[in-house]
Design a protein. Structure first.
Length: 284
DNA sequence: CACTTGACCTGTCCGC
DNA sequence: TGCGGACAGGTCAAGT
C-alpha cells in the first residue's frame, strides 16, 4: 500500500476539506470493503482526521469513527460538488471519472462532495468503530512507534529491532510492531541512506549503524511526504494526483540502473518474496 | 523463533 | 494477438 508518506499525503489533502462536513449518504459497492454500522455514521459530522502508521482515521460526532487501510491498491478521492460542473476546478482527470469499476465505497457529504474509496485488489478496508474503542483494537494497540514523532529516537529503534536479532534488517523494518509506517519502498531507501546491506542480520548492527538507520528512516519518510508520496502503479492523493518521490529514490525500482552516489549498478533481490533494491558498493 | 508458503484480489507487463 | 507466468506501496495464518 501506500506506506506512511502516502497515507500522510492523503490525510493532508483530505482534512481541510472534510472537517466540519456532514455525511449524508454511504454506498457500499463491495461488502468486504466495509464493516460496521452505516446508520451510525450517517448524518454525523467530521471533527478530526488523523493517521496512525498506515491507517487513516476519521472521527465523527456522536463518538463514532472510520478507520481506513488502503493496503496495496486503495485510493481515496475527494470530488467536491463544484468539480462536477463546468467552471469547477478539478485538479486531475481521475476526479472526473469517479466512480470507476474499482470504486468500492462512496461517501457523500451534505455539501455535495463525494469521497470515493477505490481499491483494485480489494485488500483494503474501511471499518466503522466507536472512537473510544480504537486504542484497544489489536491492529492499533500493537503498533510500534511513529517514526516522525519527537519521542522516537535511535535507542528505541535499536531496542525494538533487537527483539528480532536473527532477522534480516530489511525484513525487520517491515514489522509494524518494531516501528510503524515503513513499507517496502521506504525500507530499501532507508537502508541505502544508512549504508547498510538489506540482508544484514539485526544482531550484527553497530550503534553507529542504528544511528544512521534512524536518520535514514526519518529522512526518507520526510522526503516521501515532501514529494507527495510514491506512485509505482496507482497511488494518488485525495485530489487524484500522483506522487513524485520515486523520481528522487536512490534504489527502489532502479534495478541495473546506476547508483546515484557511486555509479555502480543497483541490484534487486527477493526477501520474503518482496523486492529489495540496494547498491552493493555503497551499502556494507 | 525464523523462515516459507498460501491467501486475499485484480491488473499489467514480458516472453514465447 | 493470445496465453501463461511473474510481479505489484500489505498483512494474516499455518506449516516446517
Amino acid at each position: 500500500m501506500p506506506e506512511l508518506p502516502e497515507v500522510e499525503t492523503i490525510k493532508l489533502g483530505l482534512e481541510r476539506k472534510i472537517i466540519g462536513q456532514k455525511l449524508a449518504q454511504i454506498q457500499v459497492l463491495n461488502n468486504n470493503s466495509f464493516s460496521g454500522n452505516i446508520a451510525a455514521i450517517k448524518n454525523q459530522e467530521v471533527i478530526h482526521v488523523w493517521r496512525r502508521a498506515k491507517i487513516l482515521g476519521v472521527d465523527l460526532t456522536e463518538g463514532v469513527s472510520l478507520l481506513i487501510h488502503l493496503k496495496m491498491s486503495g485510493q481515496l478521492i475527494l470530488v467536491s460538488g463544484q468539480d462536477k460542473f463546468f467552471g469547477g476546478h478539478p485538479t486531475s482527470d481521475i476526479m472526473l471519472q469517479m466512480p470507476n469499476k474499482s470504486t468500492r465505497v462512496i461517501f457523500e457529504f451534505k455539501n455535495g462532495a463525494k469521497l470515493y474509496f477505490n481499491d483494485i485488489r480489494k485488500f483494503g478496508w474501511i471499518k466503522q468503530v466507536k472512537t473510544q474503542d480504537i486504542q484497544d483494537l489489536s491492529f492499533i494497540k500493537f503498533l510500534g512507534p511513529e517514526p516522525l514523532t519527537d519521542s522516537f529516537n535511535w535507542q528505541i529503534l535499536k531496542t525494538n529491532l533487537l527483539r528480532r536479532p536473527k532477522t534480516a534488517i530489511k525484513i525487520a523494518l517491515l514489522d509494524q510492531t518494531v516501528l510503524s509506517g515503513v513499507g517496502n519502498i521506504y525500507a530499501s531507501e532507508a537502508l541505502f541512506l544508512a549504508k547498510i546491506l538489506p540482508k544484514r542480520l539485526v544482531g550484527t548492527l553497530t550503534d553507529a549503524e542504528f544511528k544512521r538507520l534512524f536518520k535514514g528512516i526519518r529522512k526518507t519518510l520526510e522526503q516521501g511526504i515532501k514529494y507527495g508520496g510514491s506512485t509505482r502503479a496507482n497511488f494518488v492523493n485525495a485530489a487524484g494526483e500522483k506522487g513524485d518521490f520515486l523520481s528522487y529514490a536512490f534504489v527502489y525500482n532502479r534495478a541495473s540502473e546506476d547508483c546515484k552516489r557511486c555509479g555502480s549498478a543497483i541490484l534487486k533481490i527477493n526477501q520474503a518474496r518482496r523486492g529489495t533494491y540496494f547498491c552493493p558498493v555503497c551499502q556494507k
